[in-house]
Structures are given as structure tokens and as C-alpha cells.
Design a protein around this ligand. Sequence first.
Ligand code: NAD
Length: 364
Amino acid sequence: MKFKIAQLSGDGIGPEVVAQAVKVLKAAGSKFGHEFDIRSGLIGGAAIDRTGSALPEETLKLARWSDAVLFGAVGDPKFDDPRAKVRPEDGLLAIRKKLKLFANLRPVKVYDELADGTVFKPDVIKNTDFLFVRELTGGLYFGKPKKRWETSAGRKAVDSMAYSEQEIERIVRAGFELARSRKSKLTSVDKANVLESSRLWRQVAIEVSKDYPDVLLEHMLVDTCAMRIMLTPRDFDVLVTENTFGDILTDEASMLAGSMGMLPSASLAGVPAKNTKIFGLYEPIHGSAPTIAGKDIANPIATILSLAMLFRYSLNLAEEALAVENAVSKVLKAGHRTCDIIGSGKKSAGTNEMGDLIVKALGE
Ligand code: NAD
């Protein structure tokens, strides 16, 4: 089969980790007999440097041409000045919004081989396997008013956590559908004891649950959830939550997996269902990690696992997705580690070498 892939590598370690995923993509193409037309575009700081815009029109066109987008990360300290008019992160927020990528799937899986290399007790986190479904185009990051102004008493600023019932319904529905394909338990995370938008969220979740009598729905306050992720991570199956809560909780949850470099994500324009193709953008959950960029030490596994999600959700290639995931497991089982997940007695691998090892395992 033939597929069109837009490659948006971005800044910092983005190009290094995406290059490894592209190697795996090409290897999977040879193994399974697929042809991938891969075209690159600019986004983030790299795009601002060349065009003045964090998301040039040409990049948006490229993404719309493609079946799926493989994305690295954006962000560069040289744009950190709070007075800067345009920032690399604007490119990512804009592409999510323009492509209507409202459902951000972030699986959190603890590999047995890594369970004793984290800051947690292995018997607390072993067999952890849950899925975050984060709303991606609403909430605090996009709500209006969003501004900063001068008053006689000093500077003030406001962001708004705004949600419509339609926005809540479609993401909660995605959560229920995904829970149905797993262990049929959905945890809806909110702050309904304080926030009005959370009270609407909870009400809509209860209304939608009537269509899913086979799925157990529980509600959890976001602060309790942050604690439960550390204490009893195995209790979760699928969690659904708003944009900012999901952003923060998934960075926290990544520590269960050992490193930010282990967690993939998919940002989808529809509700996932078996045997359907949904347009999506696939990226590691981590950022551009500028301090380790160019040193060949970044972990490419999160990006390679994001490619597996791309196969599964946007190309309907379940077998290929599983083959990539199995290749990652095989390499970890053989004791190879990048420095963020290294334990005593393990074999240290750079970014490139880790990509090569996974390509080799895929071919075996
Ligand atoms: P970060 O995710 O880039 O890094 C956090 C920590 O994790 C750092 O210590 C980093 O070295 C480490 N790390 C991240 N990815 C790793 C990998 N693959 N292998 C090994 N170690 C890894 O977050 P940050 O430092 O807060 O932000 C850096 C820049 O990235 C900022 O400009 C920020 O705005 C941006 N950012 C972008 C995205 C995105 O593109 N989706 C997400 C988060 C942050």
C-alpha cells in the first residue's frame, strides 16, 4: 500500500529522534511491502528563523496533504523572552487547532525491564498500563479572554478555562470508546468541587455514560488523581480529562515509565474505532530538551512508539504497529538503554544506535 507522511521534526532533539522513527518507518515499509512518500516541513523555532512564522502556510498544506503527521518537538530558549511576539510553541498549538486534533491519546506503560530503574518501588508500578485521553483544543490554552494589561495597581493577566458541552461530549465519548476496547473502566478527571467548567464536564460525562452501560465510569478530582497515579497506578484503565490537567498529569505519569523519553502520543481528529483510519499527528510527549540536543543521547523510543500509534490509528496497520512495539520490547529485554533509563549492568546506547537496534529487531 502507499501512504503519505508529513515529517515535522521541529527544534532541539526533535530532528534526532524523528530521524530514528523515519528509519523504523522505512524498515517497516520494506518488511511489510508498503511505500511511504515522506515529505518534510518547517515548524516551531526552525520555521520562525526561516519564515517569521511558527506554522508557515506551506507546512499546514503539507499536513493536509498527508495521511498522518510525524512530529518531533518545538521550543528553543532563544525565544523565551516573555515579550517575544511569536514563539515556537505557537506553531504546535496552531496546527492542533487548525487540523481539529481534539483527542490526545497518551498511553502509559511500564516495561517489566524498566520497573526497577525508576524512583518507585517496582511492586507498586509493575504491570501498569493505562491510557490518558486529553482534550487538546480547548480549556486554558485557548479560552478567551486571554490577555495581559496594566492597571493603576500594577500588571494583571488572565487565562480562561472555557468548555462547551459539545467539546466535552466528543472527548468523553472518545474515552468511553477506548475504554470499551480495553478493560471497560473510565476515570473522568476534573476539579468539580471548585471549577464551573469542571461541573459541566462531570454532568456531560454522566449524560454520555448512558450510551455506555458496559463501561464503569468513575469521577476523580485532579489533585486526588495526581496522588493516585503515584500510589495505585495499576487501578487505572482509561482516564479522560481537560487540556491543562492532562498535560500536567501525563508528565507526572511518564516517571512511572522511567523517562519522558518513553511516552508516545497521538493527537486525533476523530474518535478511534476498529478498522477505521483517523487523521492524526504523532509525537513524543516530551519537549525539545535543548540542553541535550545534538549530543546523540536523547531517547528516541517515545517517537518510535508514536510511529506505532500512527500505523494503528491513521493507516489501519495493526500488525505493523505491533511489530514496532515488539521490536522496542526486544531491544529493552536485551539490556540496551539510552542514558535517561540506564540501570547498572545495562548496555549504553546513543540515539542513533538505539534507532539501529530497533530497526534490526524489527527485521528479525
Ligand atoms: P522537555 O520535555 O524538553 O525536557 C524535560 C526533561 O526531560 C529534560 O531534563 C530533558 O533533558 C529530558 N528529556 C526530554 N526528552 C528526553 C528524551 N527523549 N531523552 C532523554 N531525556 C529527555 O521539557 P522542558 O525542558 O521543560 O522544555 C524544553 C522546551 O520544549 C521548551 O521550549 C518547551 O516549551 C518545549 N516543549 C515542547 C513540547 C512539544 O513540542 N510538544 C512539549 C513540552 C515542552
